[in-house]
Write a protein that binds this ligand. Structure first.
Ligand code: GLN
Length: 280
């Protein structure tokens, strides 16, 4: 096959992705080609007429074919940006979402001690714990996940980012967390209703169900965390949870049922209810 220029390669890929129903064909094509050529955005605009070498062209076509099948971009390139961090990603965990940055932001706004102790439940890639730790080097953060591969991935991210103040361990919610008290328990737990039709669309088809779906219309793990957190909280300790945009009232009711105080909900950047928090 004769060589194609960068511009022609992108043009063909965009057409292919568009006819496969991609919602972001330009971005997908650019991100994948940038990954293969290991270049930055400006390279494409500076050298559109340069040929894509044969080996890279073959690699790009292979990635494109997988994207056409729906595989998440993050899985194809192996990384995803979250907060200010570039995180390794694989199919053992949820792919970090921009929505979750609101959870990090809210945690940073809470009036916590300078050397706060924080517990993150269901850390996946480590995104939330590592973002908090990078912003607050004096906090001591414990992050747990029940999936061994997720623990390994989160530890790898910690190592690569060189963030010392996080301890990552395998635990099914609180099961392996030793008796101690935290100023904040934070989580983006699974919260999708098992019947939700969105589970058949987009990236979620390639993410582990255990990171996405919870019984009781998606509320089972939210309730488990709220019901079991108190012994792990200081007198004024907070619980802060991400949830679906339709679940704020239900999350608030669960906090009320378990007699928490200062229950409040925070909207994400799309003005959707996304995070509910309360004090012990
Ligand atoms: N926000 C994710 C989605 O809707 C779900 C994440 C989760 O269950 N914690 O795809």
């Amino acid at each position: 096959m004769s060589l194609l220029s960068i511009a022609a390669t992108l043009q063909r890929a965009i057409a292919e992705l568009r006819s496969a129903g991609s919602e972001s064909p330009e971005l997908d094509a650019q991100v994948l080609l940038r990954h293969v050529l290991q270049c930055d955005r400006s390279y494409f605009f500076t050298w559109p007429e340069r040929d894509v070498p044969a080996a890279e062209a073959a690699q790009f076509r292979a990635l494109l074919a997988q994207r056409v099948q729906g595989l998440p971009i993050a899985h194809l390139i192996g990384t995803r940006e979250f907060w200010s961090l570039s995180l390794l990603v694989n199919n053992s965990t949820l792919i970090p979402r921009p929505d979750t940055e609101i959870l990090v932001e809210r945690a940073l706004q809470l009036n916590l001690p300078a050397q706060a102790r924080v517990l993150e439940l269901g850390t996946g890639t480590g995104a939330i714990a590592l973002a908090l730790a990078s912003e607050r080097p004096d906090w001591q953060i414990t992050a747990v996940d029940c999936v061994a591969e997720a623990v390994a991935l989160a530890r790898k991210n910690q190592q690569q980012l060189n963030i010392p103040n996080v301890a990552i361990l395998q635990s099914d919610w609180f099961s392996e967390v030793s008796a101690q008290q935290f100023d904040l328990v934070i989580s983006n737990p699974p919260y999708i209703d098992p019947q939700d039709p969105h589970l058949q669309q987009g990236d979620v088809r390639f993410e582990p169900r255990s990171a996405l779906v919870a019984d009781n219309r998606g509320l089972a793990d939210i309730e488990h965390i709220i019901a079991h957190a108190k012994p792990y909280l200081t007198a004024n300790g907070w619980v802060l949870l991400e949830h679906g945009s339709e679940q704020a009232a239900a999350a608030q009711r669960i906090f009320e049922k378990h007699r928490y105080n200062e229950i409040h909900t925070v909207q994400d950047y799309a003005n959707l209810n996304r995070v509910t928090g309360a004090k012990a």
